[in-house]
Design a protein around this ligand. Structure first.
Ligand SMILES: [Zn+2]
Length: 270
């Protein structure tokens, strides 16, 4: 079945991060056919494209009526918070490469993870990694500015740096003194026990990653199949750009069902 924007799906984006395709073109086609309002690109795939493939994708995005909302910057095998300088330098290079390609596609928002500290109790790199993460965010914001993009820092899951609510707010609103934006991941927030009531008043939220879990593990389930209190949460997400970031799905129709289900709830609450 084909759904149109009139069904109210316009506010939902279908992220390539869930489909894990290479260029985003496949996701773009699927999202358009299903009536989604936009796509978020998966940045890792961008790193493996030839110039010819990039050019091809630019044409597809140019000709397509659906909007490219954001790019999720690379996370596989990269760590912008690495205590190892060589790894951090390479990670920054990959991140900038993905950002630049996504900008050529037309993306205006780049979503960034704060990343993790890979140390352990015997050898803790926590302090170094926290400083490295902050420094990387600042450098990437500078690049984003030059490219005409907004940099949005996402609140991470249990292991990610600055993923506690107070730390995330400290990071995005106080410490760096640069206008970085927020990408709120409700699944990660649930795992970290965030206070939902604070979400509606957050400033500069440019995207909200939507998925479900058991409040313990970051499973990226279909909304409604976990323990996140959607009836409480959805009214707080009114008018925010929602991106379905589901990994536990069987068919692509699951995305559509989830968007319709959430949409119906949003309209009822709104
Ligand atoms: Zn996310």
């Amino acid at each position: 079945m084909r759904y149109s924007q009139e069904n109210g799906l316009g506010q939902f984006a279908l992220p390539a991060s869930s489909l894990a395709d290479n260029s985003g073109v496949k996701t773009l086609t699927v999202a358009r056919n299903f009536g989604f309002g936009g796509v978020e690109l998966w940045g890792d795939g961008l790193l493996f494209l030839s110039e010819g493939e990039i050019q091809q994708a630019i044409e597809v995005f140019r000709a397509n009526p659906i909007s490219l909302i954001s790019v999720h910057l690379p996370v596989m095998d990269t760590n912008i918070a690495s205590a190892n300088r060589d790894i951090r330098r390479a990670s920054l290079e990959s991140t900038i490469k993905a950002m630049t390609i996504a900008r050529r596609y037309g993306a205006k928002i780049a979503v960034l993870h704060t990343e993790v500290s890979r140390g352990n109790k015997v050898a803790s790199f926590e302090d170094i990694s926290r400083k490295a993460s902050l420094d990387s965010i600042y450098r990437l914001w500078q690049i984003a500015e030059k490219l005409g993009m907004e940099l949005a820092v996402e609140n991470g899951g249990r292991r990610d740096l600055f993923s506690r609510q107070d730390e995330y707010l400290w990071l995005t609103e106080n410490v760096l003194d640069i206008p970085i934006k927020k990408c709120i991941d409700v699944g990660h927030a649930a795992v970290r026990g965030w206070d939902w009531s604070a979400i509606s008043s957050l400033k500069d939220v440019v995207c909200v990653h939507v998925h479900d879990n058991d409040l313990k593990h970051d499973r990226h389930m279909i909304p409604g199949y976990g323990a996140i209190p959607w009836n409480t949460l959805l009214p707080l997400l009114q008018n925010k750009p929602l991106v379905l970031e589901i990994r536990e799905y069987k068919t692509l129709e699951d995305f559509l069902d989830a968007a319709l289900w959430l949409n119906e709830k949003l309209m009822r609450e709104g």
